[in-house]
Design a protein around this ligand. Structure first.
Ligand SMILES: NC(=O)c1ccc[n+]([C@@H]2O[C@H](COP(=O)([O-])OP(=O)(O)OC[C@H]3O[C@@H](n4cnc5c(N)ncnc54)[C@H](O)[C@@H]3O)[C@@H](O)[C@H]2O)c1
Length: 438
């Protein structure tokens, strides 16, 4: 505890992605000696050379961090030097849309041999309730070299190690809340684990929220994301109805948002994207089956949200049809492949599904995204295409706005294009015969 207070505690961050790398910088800013671990040796090389691979993090920030002692490595043997280890590795779904726990299990297998008494291990990856106690702790206890046990209430073992779960709550691209102002929920396996984790996170976050167990903290994160997923599905469904009724859902949401209590706005779109909202709810529905429980809201929301890219493609076809054109052979420019505005992340982006569906219908599809110069091979797609310059818009049969990046000049796009289909209300307030909102 004193090493945390005087900033000499050595902090290891495992998984230097969108979550792990910003955390590295926060601890580094507070003068903790930080070591970043990643199996991706290319990332380790870039960081070691003072570079960055995340758009929002300029290379200069990495260079400053390196000047303050930050190092990146793929060598797990350095784990035994660490006082605290924070795990931020991916938790995707597998091909059967079930939790893929392999990143967590392989990370924990790798660190177990280097575990020391007194170390604090924190899992941050979003996952189902029970993961920390049922998956992480058993692997650590079974595979460490000294027969160490995790500290639990009443254990009273001076050689124990400490375990906690603390979910990440970052909102990429959101500049309205400083990272340090996002309260940090912490669930320790024992009261002492909670205290240690709260002290550690309390040095970089302004508020920590202790809860009674890792499972409560795991469930808290899932509740937050399921709340978003279900509410987005609700407005997506109402948007489809509003389109039929010739009502503007965006105007409706704006009016409802003036209610000073009991209403929080969510917005429709071309489908869910990102590593979290389309994925995390299914971690819970999978776990729920173990308890003979069907999470019907999650399933229904998933069904509605998954249908949105199909709705977008049908809308493009019908807008072309009104211009006496067909989708087969049409030149379509997709604006934005990032899953939301002003970020460089295309994981689970609805644009990718939309591009694939358009291609299946025979369209010649191009895309432009200032944040994503190339779309190569992902887990579910292999598009191998490059961002095309934003010029000669009149040469496309349709310009399809999928991601409403702030840098686009929408008035000019509507002026130049033959047809604009807008899935995000990016053209709010504009009216033109070649403009269709869907
Ligand atoms: N990105 C977000 O906005 C966000 C927000 C909240 C929660 N989360 C959760 O945080 C976790 C991490 O997400 P992310 O967006 O940072 O993912 P990411 O893919 O950007 O980064 C994960 C990193 O872990 C590395 N990695 C994979 N296996 C490893 C291993 N065995 N050892 C060491 N490194 C390994 C990868 O190379 C990668 O650099 C996920 O569970 C995600 O659901 C993400």
């Amino acid at each position: 505890m004193s090493r945390i207070e005087n900033r000499t505690a050595k902090v290891g961050l495992i998984g230097l992605g969108y979550v792990g790398l910003p955390l590295v910088l926060l601890f580094n800013e507070q003068n903790f000696p930080v070591t970043g671990f990643d199996v991706d040796t290319n990332k380790v090389r870039i960081l070691t050379q003072g570079g960055s691979y995340i758009y929002r993090i300029p290379a200069t920030e990495i260079q400053t961090a390196r000047g303050r002692g930050f190092r990146a490595t793929a060598d797990y043997s350095l784990i035994d030097e660490m006082d605290a280890v924070i795990i931020c590795v991916p938790t995707p779904l597998d091909e059967h849309r079930e939790p893929d726990m392999s990143y967590i299990t392989s990370t924990v297998q790798s660190i177990a041999p280097y575990l020391r008494a007194g170390q604090l291990i924190v899992l941050e990856s979003t996952t189902y309730p029970g993961t920390t106690e049922e998956v992480v702790v058993p692997i650590l206890e079974k595979n460490n070299r000294h027969g160490l046990k995790a500290d639990r209430a009443g254990l009273d073992d001076p050689n124990a190690f400490f375990v906690a779960f603390s979910p990440e709550r970052e909102d990429p691209g959101n500049d309205t809340v400083a990272r340090c102002d996002i309260p940090k929920v912490i669930g320790g396996l024992s009261p002492q684990a909670s205290q240690l984790a709260a002290a550690l996170y309390g040095s970089i976050f302004n508020r920590t929220i202790p809860v009674s167990s890792p499972a409560v903290a795991e469930m808290t994160k899932l509740l937050e994301n399921i709340y978003r997923c279900v509410n987005i599905a609700l407005v997506n469904e109402l948007k489809l109805l509003c389109l039929r009724m010739d009502l503007d859902i965006w105007e409706v949401i704006a009016a409802a948002s003036t209610k000073p209590f009991g209403f929080h706005p969510f917005y429709p779109g071309p489908g869910l994207g990102g590593h979290c909202i389309p994925v995390d709810p299914f971690y819970l529905s999978w776990k729920a089956k173990e308890f003979d429980f069907q999470t019907r809201f999650i399933e229904l929301a998933g069904e509605i949200n998954a249908n949105m890219p199909y709705h977008v493609v049908a809308s493009v076809a019908s807008a072309l049809n009104r211009q006496k054109k067909v989708l087969n052979g049409a030149r379509v420019l997709v604006l934005g492949v990032a899953y939301k505005k002003d970020i460089d992340d295309l994981r689970e982006s609805p644009s990718l599904t939309i591009i694939e569906l358009l291609q299946k219908e025979g369209a010649e599809v191009h895309y432009n995204d200032p944040y994503i110069p190339v779309v190569g091979k992902g887990r579910k797609y292999d598009l191998q295409t490059r961002s095309t310059p934003l010029e000669e818009l009149g040469n496309y049969d349709c310009v399809l706005i999928v991601t409403d990046h702030s840098c686009y000049d929408y008035a000019n796009i509507v002026k130049e294009a033959q047809l604009v289909v807008d899935t995000r209300n990016a053209t709010k307030g504009m009216s033109a015969s070649n403009l269709v909102r869907c």
